[in-house]
Design a protein around this ligand. Structure first.
Ligand code: PLP
Length: 415
């Protein structure tokens, strides 16, 4: 992969902050956008702008075509069986809230059980807590071990309890703190053996892995556009058609109806529009389509290979820092191989993560500190804050070295 050619397509990476070249290492939070995505947004905001699915005029038809094309692009990208299974949302959080509401209203009754893991982002915890409050269901937690790995035997113990099986397992593909890839194939196999559907939070997974929802056999898979080089305010809820057909809609309004009568009530549109009430973010969706086309245009094998190099090099360099603990290590746990993506969360003896992040910022390096929206995971590790550097395919090995060298300089000042 030619990284400099890729970088050249991202105007944001060319900027300086505080007069220093930007080294952007907060990609798990959000990624920068390539020129092809920006061009679509400029074109549409600048004139190709007409509300979709509503009018016969040129601009409406042009925007509708782009919106529908993006759905097809995303269907192909994750290998969904049908475009009916691709619901546009405002992001991972919106997808999970939609799912928790609609799945809960449709399938969940008082006393039912919902399972999440201890490694989840708040977006894959709070909507389920709220759903349990609404429905009277019980939330059970599949706890991680000291390394962040999840023992499948513990899952089986939860699934195998007397009574009805849980209604759903909601689990992240890749933790945004640990950066390790959960062995989903095995986890989904076990859950399905007990007749439990699985919802996967793919906010990080879709960015770093080739996702084939049918091969994975996920029942639901959600992600955000802005972490995948696309616009903010876009996201996907993938769901198997059999569930989406049965699930009640989440929000009501225009576009999601078949017929509205003040006397007879409302009938709903067919999938996928049943779940897309109101004027959709059609500009953003067209931009998301362009982002996915950008990723498809790269050689997938080479991306994974390159990111592996960044991960290995990063681990090697960070291990040389005295008192540095890295959370989430690749390896074999419980007979399953856990890969790691180039996301490094760490704590360093004698220096607070936010002090380090502030000093890195002044050197032009954007890194993250804090709880990373994963308070239960951090609490399990007896932590209240970590420093995180998260890399994307446009980051270079030189940037990695610069980050580690800068870290060493900062530690000399702070300790
Ligand atoms: C694993 C994971 N899940 C969910 C989210 C929430 O994504 P969004 O804020 O785009 O809705 C994030 C964002 O960092 C994440 O990393």
């Amino acid at each position: 992969m030619n990284i400099s050619q890729i970088r050249a397509q991202f105007p944001a990476l060319q900027q300086k902050v505080y007069g220093k070249p930007l080294v952007y290492l907060d990609n798990s939070a959000t990624t920068q956008k390539p020129e092809s995505v920006l061009e679509v947004l400029r074109e549409m905001n600048g004139g190709i702008n007409g509300n979709i699915h509503r009018a016969v005029h040129y601009l409406s038809v042009a925007c509708t075509e782009r919106y529908d094309k993006a759905r097809k692009t995303i269907r192909d990208f994750i290998n969904a069986a049908s475009e009916n299974e691709i619901i546009f949302t405002a992001g991972t959080t919106a997808s999970l809230n939609l799912l928790a509401f609609s799945f809960g209203q449709t399938y969940v009754r008082p006393g039912d059980r919902i399972i999440i893991t201890q490694t989840e982002h708040h977006s894959n915890i709070v909507p389920w807590q709220m759903m349990c409050q609404r429905t009277g269901a019980l939330l059970e937690v599949w706890e991680m071990d000291d390394t962040g790995a999840l023992d499948p035997k513990k899952l089986e113990q939860i699934l195998d309890k007397p009574g009805d099986p849980p209604k759903l397992l909601a689990i992240t593909h890749i933790s945004n703190v640990l950066g390790i890839v959960n062995p989903l194939a095995e986890i989904i196999r076990i859950a399905h053996y007990y007749q439990v559907p699985v919802a996967v939070d793919g906010a990080q997974g879709i960015v770093h892995q080739k996702v084939d929802v049918r091969q994975m056999d996920a029942d639901f898979y959600v992600f955000s556009g802005h972490k995948l080089y696309g616009p903010t305010g876009t996201g996907i809820l993938y769901g198997k058609e059999k569930y989406l057909e049965e699930m009640v809609p989440w929000q009501g309004g225009g576009d999601m109806i078949e017929s509205v009568s003040l006397e007879k009530g409302t009938t709903y549109a067919q999938l996928p529009l049943k779940f897309e009430a109101g004027t959709a973010n059609f500009t953003g969706v067209a931009g998301l389509g362009a982002a996915v086309e950008f990723v498809q245009g790269l050689d997938n094998g080479s991306i994974e290979e390159y990111e592996k190099t960044l991960t290995e090099k990063g681990l090697q360099l960070l291990r040389e820092i005295d008192g540095c603990t890295i959370y989430g290590m690749p390896g074999t746990y419980y007979g399953q191989v856990y890969e790691k993506i180039p996301v490094f969360s760490m704590s360093i003896e004698g220096a607070h993560p936010s002090d380090i992040a502030m000093m890195l910022d002044k050197m032009g390096i954007a890194a993250r500190s804090g709880m990373l929206c994963a308070e239960p995971l951090l609490a399990r590790l007896n932590l209240t804050s970590v420093l995180r550097a998260s890399f994307a395919l446009y980051n270079t090995v030189e940037e990695l070295h610069f980050f580690v060298d800068s870290l060493k300089k900062i530690l000399k000042i702070l300790r």
